[in-house]
Design a protein. Structure first.
Lengths: 104, 104
DNA sequence: GTGATATGCAATCAAAAGGTTGCGCAACGG
DNA sequence: CCGTTGCGCAACCTTTTGATTGCATATCAC
């Protein structure tokens, strides 16, 4: 599932969502459970979780009447890898341009 | 210069800014020059460049009366490295939790 | 100096984002 | 059966964001 990268960054560009991800790092939790620990309402958290799920950073797991969310660590690593690849490509190209600029 | 990471992601979470970064990848350029290639006005680009400069992804270079912008490739690589570190940490912790959950 | 070109600043606007409250419904526990 | 807990919608509100137009200012070329 090759997520489009940019939305992933958009999802990661919000402090509250990082708080949620961090909280989920200590174990799966539902929106209600998270609302107990974070200074925002359950609904706000639910929306954030929807955004995170949309880009594959978390995954919902139904447990009876509640819906726990789990962090998908691999998606984070994957994004990092892709970003790194782009950074490397950039360095390469920029180096090439520098060479040209120096009249070599 | 340890930029706060989250704003960097926020900056990277916009298609237009990626267009700008991509365009800059082919060589330094001014807001006006970029406006010629992208479907947005110079001012819009100027704002995006300000955002990108704010998080250290690009750097302004004054050349006479114009201001060229250069991509800082290292900032991209650096961000990738930090994200990867977080991803790794996550994997580690999630694995540990899984072990506990399995009663091992 | 004059005209063309580049940047900067401000006002304005529409849409998106983050957040809240309120309500209805499903499901669990006694 | 009934109260409680958890979700999901929907409406609504406010702030931010992406983008525009307009104008002032600086600078380069001639």
């Amino acid at each position: 599932m090759t997520t489009t990268l940019v939305p992933v960054f958009a999802a990661l560009g919000d402090e509250t969502r990082w708080s949620i991800l961090t909280a989920l790092g200590e174990g799966d939790a539902s929106a209600s459970a998270l609302a107990g620990r974070l200074p925002v309402t359950r609904q706000a958290i639910a929306k954030h979780l929807a955004v995170l799920a949309e880009v594959g950073l978390v995954e919902p797991v139904r447990v009876g009447r509640e819906v726990r969310y789990r962090v998908i660590g691999s998606q984070l690593s994957d994004t990092a890898r892709r970003l790194d690849a782009i950074g490397a490509e950039w360095d390469r190209r920029l180096a090439a341009i520098k060479q040209i600029a120096e009249g070599l």
